[in-house]
Design a protein around this ligand. Structure first.
Ligand SMILES: *[C@@H]1O[C@H](CO)[C@@H](O)[C@H](O)[C@H]1NC(C)=O
Length: 372
């Protein structure tokens, strides 16, 4: 009995080691049925694979290709996982392509998608429109605007004559957002120290309005670890005109009102304005004591201290932030655990669908630059 248990253990370790290999190829007309974590929209199997790679727990995926004809689920990218890391089954299915996460490949995720998609709409997430004569001009405009992640142009044959040549610039988060931030004794959290590629030399000025709220005009609310982090989020969002940060519960309110800014004294709230076209220095370098960046775990490793955990995160390409558990945490079983975490930062359209005479594509900002 004891021998059997040991052998089973060795086998499960063995299978874990096997799933750790880098499998970058695609399986055309093959389905990995079931075991879905979620689905996102994606225009191509290469993009779908990068979504899986950046999703913290996705291990493999099935993409429903544009040539799928059974129903209108084209462009859905199903992110999947099993405890073993292997698909539960593999079934031939024309019109879908499956593959594996690139987490184990230990390479930087290039956010470069040069392909332009004809008769495809990247629906939603618009922040600005203009008229351009060609899709190249629309894409160039997108590439020049730091907020633009993807675009859709309606071309000269589009059914609605009044919106022909209309170029829609669109936004999704290209810096990691952290879904849950909480206070917890014995936890230390922080960010990967990988230098973000930036075209800006000037350091951003962080001038805050302390103990000041700007009520109303809410665009969206998300989590930030500090007022400066909230300012970074506001600065990345093209529609954010100013923000208010509540330090008690780490709430960062991005606001939109280009016409006026009405402030009000309030303890515990810090407000401020975005700083664009400059380089943020501090917030990623700092470590945040007694703070949990909860969830979004890729995996954990054991390290001696929080600094070693930060280094581990920095040298792991898919890791974007981390939480380390030290000896002040209540449950000793978790001491020295270094949780590596990730979020999707490649452009992700809220919806992708077929649309005659629409042309869609991505910013070329990250093409031809190397991340180090
Ligand atoms: C644990 O808490 C004590 C008291 O707050 C502090 O002095 C010490 O540095 C903490 N230990 C670690 C590893 O952070």
């Amino acid at each position: 009995m004891v021998t059997f248990f040991v052998v089973a253990c060795l086998l499960s370790l063995c299978s874990f080691a096997l799933t750790d290999e880098c499998r970058s190829g695609f399986l055309k007309d093959m389905d990995f049925p079931g075991t879905d974590l979620t689905f996102l929209y994606s225009p191509s199997v290469e993009h779908c694979q990068k979504l899986c790679t950046q999703h913290p727990s996705c291990l493999f995926f099935t993409f429903i290709r544009p040539d799928w004809t059974k129903d209108d689920r084209n462009f859905q990218c199903f992110l999947k996982a099993t405890p073993s890391g292997e698909p539960a089954s593999q079934t031939p299915l024309p019109g879908v392509t499956s593959g594996f996460s690139l987490k184990a490949c230990n390479q930087d995720i290039q956010s470069c998608f040069p392909e332009v998609f004809e008769n495809v709409d990247f629906f939603g997430a618009d922040y600005r429109t203009l008229f351009t004569a060609t899709s190249e001009e629309c894409q160039r405009t997108c590439t020049q605007d730091p907020a633009c992640q993807f675009f859709t142009l309606l071309n000269e044959n589009f059914a609605g004559t009044n919106v022909r040549f209309k170029c829609h610039l669109k936004f999704s988060w290209n810096i990691p957002t952290i879904p849950v931030i909480e206070r917890n004794t014995g936890l230390v959290s922080g960010f990967s120290q990988k230098r973000q590629v930036t075209q800006f030399d000037a350091a951003c000025q962080s001038k805050f309005l302390l103990n000041t709220d700007i009520p109303g005009s809410d665009l969206l609310s998300l989590k930030a670890v500090s007022a400066q982090h909230c300012q970074v989020l506001c600065s990345a969002h093209p529609q954010c005109t100013y923000f208010s940060f509540v330090s008690d519960d780490f709430k960062c309110f991005l606001k939109n009102n280009p016409n006026e800014m009405v402030t009000e004294a309030k303890d515990g709230i810090t407000s401020g304005m975005p700083a664009r076209y400059c380089q943020f220095e501090n917030f990623e370098k700092l470590t945040y004591e007694e703070v949990d960046f909860k969830g979004s775990d890729i995996r954990f490793e054991l390290t001696d201290d929080a600094d070693a955990c930060q280094r581990k995160c920095t040298e792991t390409p898919v890791c974007q932030f981390y939480t380390y558990i030290n000896e002040n945490f209540s449950d000793q079983a978790f001491w020295r655990h270094c949780f590596l975490k990730s979020a999707i930062t490649i452009p992700v359209p809220p919806k992708v669908s077929k649309l005659d005479n629409a042309v869609s594509g991505f910013t070329l900002r990250d093409c031809g630059t190397t991340v180090s």
